[in-house]
Write a protein that binds this ligand. Structure first.
Ligand SMILES: Cc1cc2nc3c(=O)[nH]c(=O)nc-3n(C[C@H](O)[C@H](O)[C@H](O)COP(=O)(O)O)c2cc1C
Length: 213
């Protein structure tokens, strides 16, 4: 963790010299979107098209996200033309410290694999996206998650063509569980993602970029 990461110890163990704990107040933190990409082909290109239209945004990749993006032709070199890219290279989620330094006002995970949705729903945080989501939630920073497996039948574009998937009860249950977690908006389509982002921009008195360059 970064030096800025606050202790999670109980306040009964705080010394008189410790800084006062920060309360999640609903106040707006940060100036940038943290947009996390996981290893999902479903909704990948459409999600990134929306990310390109947002102001002040960093792209944070899971290790699988980095691999899957490359399979779809989106190598790091390509992504770095449009985004500041943060890779998942630490076991402890070092970039998460940026949340404590008021860099980010919103954490988006889009698209989110069923693996990442399950981890987020269960409170696990062992990848950069799941760590960002969990720590943001503890700070009261909103999270928007575009879950892949939300319907009994999902038609998705694999690298070599369209496939039909039938998410199991376990995947659908994790989506429902995630919907109940504080500071979380779960969306199930690109249209819902765009609408959720528009609402967040309004809250922040920001606007979509008018140019994608
Ligand atoms: C080309 C490709 C596409 C994939 N698309 C999906 C997908 O749409 N949804 C999904 O849940 N997993 C998908 N996966 C599997 C995930 O990448 C895999 O479960 C990975 O462990 C997820 O890790 P992450 O959630 O940390 O990113 C895909 C894998 C590959 C190689």
């Amino acid at each position: 963790m970064s030096r800025a990461t606050p202790s999670t110890a109980s306040c009964t163990s705080c010394t008189s010299t410790s800084p006062a704990p920060t309360e999640p107040t609903g106040a707006v933190h940060g100036r940038r979107f943290a947009w996390c990409v996981t290893g999902s082909g479903h909704g990948l290109q459409q999600s990134l098209a929306l990310a390109r239209r947002l102001p002040d945004l960093d792209l944070l990749l899971s290790a699988a996200g980095e691999e899957v993006l490359a399979i779809y032709g989106l190598t790091l070199d390509v992504l770095k033309r449009d985004f500041r890219v943060v890779r998942d290279k630490t076991a402890s989620g070092v970039p998460v410290g940026q949340l404590y330094e008021n860099v980010y006002h919103t954490v988006v995970i889009a698209p989110a694999t069923s693996n990442t949705v399950a981890k987020c729903a269960l409170g696990l945080s062992d990848t950069l996206p799941t760590n960002m989501y969990a720590q943001a939630g503890k700070l009261g920073i909103p999270g928007i998650v575009f879950a892949c497996d939300t319907e009994p039948v999902v038609v998705t574009e694999a690298p070599h063509g369209w496939v039909t998937l039938r998410p199991r009860r376990v995947e659908l249950d994790h989506v429902e569980r995630l919907r109940g977690i504080e500071h979380t908006t779960v969306v199930a389509s690109v249209a819902e993602l765009e609408a959720a982002l528009s609402r967040r921009l309004d809250q922040l008195s920001l606007a979509w970029n008018t140019s994608s360059s």
